[in-house]
Design a protein around this ligand. Structure first.
Ligand SMILES: Cc1cc2nc3c(=O)[nH]c(=O)nc-3n(C[C@H](O)[C@H](O)[C@H](O)COP(=O)(O)OP(=O)(O)OC[C@H]3O[C@@H](n4cnc5c(N)ncnc54)[C@H](O)[C@@H]3O)c2cc1C
Length: 325
């Protein structure tokens, strides 16, 4: 395993006795691990295992995942950088798919950028700036992958993915086909896309306006400074836990409700930003899910607003009242 918790070599875990793991190991080029811990693959650093983790290096690997998921009747989920993901302590009985180096890389031609979905957004933001293109500095502070950013329609500082996307390349796990979808088909709204659950984003084309590289780099430095001052970047977190309700800010509502004093076990509302939950050593996913639920209750009681979790839950969460697989 690498320090990020992501398998680095053609490695089959100790659970090859699981026929699903054995089948995927024989049909995929990328590493396949049975009972793989996902905690280290998320920025919250809590949670349990997936029945199997596949690091897909090619479309053939994704097709194999789709085939195995259908044959064994198990769900699948894509894990990007795990920067918006809360995995249940009880684990998850499906195939977790991580896109490997085969899905990195980018090409820039005039104002058009084409990048692989595993490309980290902060790296992409810097490369776009270096190419003398403007408008993507905001992405320097969103620690996800391009694929996760498309799925979530990530955004910050007044911009979002849909401002730049032209087309998205998908591999459909149900049919094993590669498709190119135009922006209009993605149904991107605030932190949401209408992408089907079997759609894996494998690449995207984006377009930007020409600008001055030095100015954009200064903008990036200033955004990073602002984030360090206002967000708890030295503690495990998942960014904003809740979406902002129309015309208000979730952080303001939580703060006004006295939320900054709230904690459950090793999970705590950040003193620096009330819409962030940070985890301390020993924290569990149940702590985080329970704290999310309590914050929702507190804000509903004090302000009459139902906060909606932005962080994606994977697995069963009794306490969060959100038993999704
Ligand atoms: C410190 C910090 C700051 C943050 N700031 C912001 C911010 O300013 N704005 C913002 O919008 N978000 C922010 N986030 C949240 C997060 O970084 C974004 O939502 C990001 O887009 C998630 O990308 P990811 O690769 O980590 O996806 P994951 O967390 O791994 O997954 C999130 C969802 O996307 C799906 N997914 C991931 N990859 C793919 C793919 N290739 N194809 C299809 N589905 C996929 C997953 O299945 C899951 O449903 C922040 C997080 C942190 C930790």
């Amino acid at each position: 395993m690498s320090p990020t918790g992501i398998p680095t070599a053609g490695h089959v875990g100790d659970h090859a006795a699981d026929p699903l793991v054995a089948e995927l190991a024989s049909s995929c080029r990328g590493p396949v691990t049975g009972q793989a811990s996902l905690a280290g693959m998320t920025t919250l650093r809590v949670g349990g295992t997936a029945r199997v983790l596949v690091t897909a290096e090619s479309d053939e690997d994704l097709v194999a995942v789709g085939r195995a998921a259908a044959a064994y009747e198990v769900p699948h989920a894509i894990v990007g950088r795990g920067s918006n993901l809360l995995v249940s302590d009880d684990g998850w009985p499906g195939i977790a798919v991580h896109l490997g180096r085969g899905y990195r890389g980018l090409e820039i031609e005039d104002r058009r950028v084409h990048a692989g979905a595993a490309e980290p957004l902060p790296t992409l933001a810097v490369k776009v700036a270096d190419a003398g293109l403007t408008g993507f500095a905001w992405a320097c502070a969103v620690p996800g992958t391009l694929g996760g950013a498309v799925r979530m329609n990530a955004g910050a500082h007044g911009s979002e993915m849909r401002d730049h996307l032209v087309t998205v390349e998908l591999v459909r796990l149900a049919s094993g086909t590669r498709e190119t979808w135009p922006l209009e088909a993605l149904g991107l709204t605030y932190r949401h896309s209408d992408l089907p659950t079997d759609a894996v984003v494998v690449g995207a084309s984006l377009v930007f306006e020409p600008g001055d590289a030095a100015t954009v780099r200064e903008e990036i430095a200033s955004i990073r400074r602002w984030r360090r001052e206002h967000q708890p970047l030295n503690e495990p977190n998942c960014g904003s836990v809740f979406t902002n309700p129309s015309g208000d800010s979730a952080g303001r509502l939580i703060d006004a409700a006295g939320g900054k004093a709230m904690a459950v076990g090793g999970a705590k509302v950040s003193e620096r930003h009330a819409n962030f939950i940070v985890t301390r050593p020993g924290a569990t996913a149940t702590d985080v899910a329970t704290l999310i639920r309590r914050i929702q209750q507190r804000v509903a009681e004090t302000a009459g607003v139902d906060l909606i979790a932005e962080v994606v839950h994977l697995g069963r969460f009794e306490t969060a009242g959100d038993a999704s697989w």
